[in-house]
Ligand binder design. Structure first.
Ligand SMILES: [Zn+2]
Length: 283
């Protein structure tokens, strides 16, 4: 997750768990930001350092590089060739918001993000429920339209206009709002589970929409995050693993997470959470 990465630093071991493009293993910031032209040619943006060392930098890239990409390639190649990976697992050290055990202290992070006294109207929607931390971070970025959508990468000049199209419908630019509300595929998903949103629905107002489950309940906000999180995971399967968009698969992913997240529900919300699978249909 971008946020988690921004508050942690990586210590390279065997390179299996450190993102070649997404983590700062080279000491110059994440390569996706440090070498944007080269990154735009990456065939697998989420590949690990170990995979690139094994296969070679050239093979991690599309066959033809732009002139700037070629220059960045030449600059980076010696660093990659000089990399000595050890047999030790990689580690990731939180540089802030860490508990004494080294785990992430979500409460501390929440305070950090409230820094400056800005009490975001969606803070309780995101942090108040019982979704797993990684899904909460995703939701926190989502409601601010700050997820790494293709439109966001286009804005940062990482992707071209053509590459910024939605990987699912391939007809419109993939903004966070397109992904969650406007894509024809996702509209079929919301229809299938009987949730409806205004035609001009926007992710920045996600926390304020009426849903078939009681609004304002922490179980409802958690379920909303669960659905959006799975739309995102399904999209990543299409964008990065060449999977086909599939409504039955997305629904079954949601049901699987619902069964797991339900176990996290505090006692007072247990009854609401056990009803989730029945809300998600059997399509
Ligand atoms: Zn689309």
């Amino acid at each position: 997750m971008p946020l988690y990465r921004s508050i942690s630093k990586v210590v390279l071991g065997d390179g299996e768990r450190i993102g070649f493009w997404m983590d700062d293993w080279a000491g110059c910031g994440a390569l996706c930001h440090a070498l944007p032209a080269l990154f735009s040619h990456a065939t697998h943006p989420h590949t690990s350092v170990a995979a690139v060392v094994r296969g070679g930098l050239r093979r991690a890239l599309a066959p033809r590089l732009s002139a700037v990409g070629e220059r960045e390639f030449t600059a980076l190649l010696p660093r990659v060739e000089a990399l000595q990976l050890s047999g030790q697992p990689d580690s990731r050290i939180l540089t802030m918001c860490a508990k004494r055990t080294g785990e992430l202290a979500v409460g501390e992070l929440y305070k950090l993000m409230q820094f400056g006294g800005v009490d975001a109207p969606f803070a309780d929607f995101v942090w108040g429920g019982f979704a797993p931390s990684k899904a909460k971070f995703f939701a926190w970025l989502l409601v601010q339209s700050r997820i790494q959508s293709r439109a966001a990468l286009f804005k940062k000049h990482v992707l071209s206009e053509e590459e910024a199209l939605c990987p699912i419908c391939e007809s419109e630019r993939e903004t966070a709002t397109h992904l969650i509300f406007a894509c024809p595929f996702v509209r079929r998903f919301w229809d299938a589970i009987g949730w409806s949103f205004p035609v001009d629905a926007d992710v920045r107002r996600l926390f304020s929409y009426d849903t078939p489950v009681p609004r304002g309940s922490k179980a409802t906000s958690t379920l909303t995050i669960l659905l959006c999180w799975n739309i995102w995971k399904h999209r990543n399967g299409v964008a990065f693993r060449g999977e086909r968009a599939s409504l039955p698969r997305l629904l079954s992913m949601c049901r699987e997470d619902a069964a797991l997240w339900e176990l996290r529900a505090p006692a007072a919300l247990h009854d609401e959470a056990v009803a989730w699978p029945s809300l998600l249909g059997t399509v």
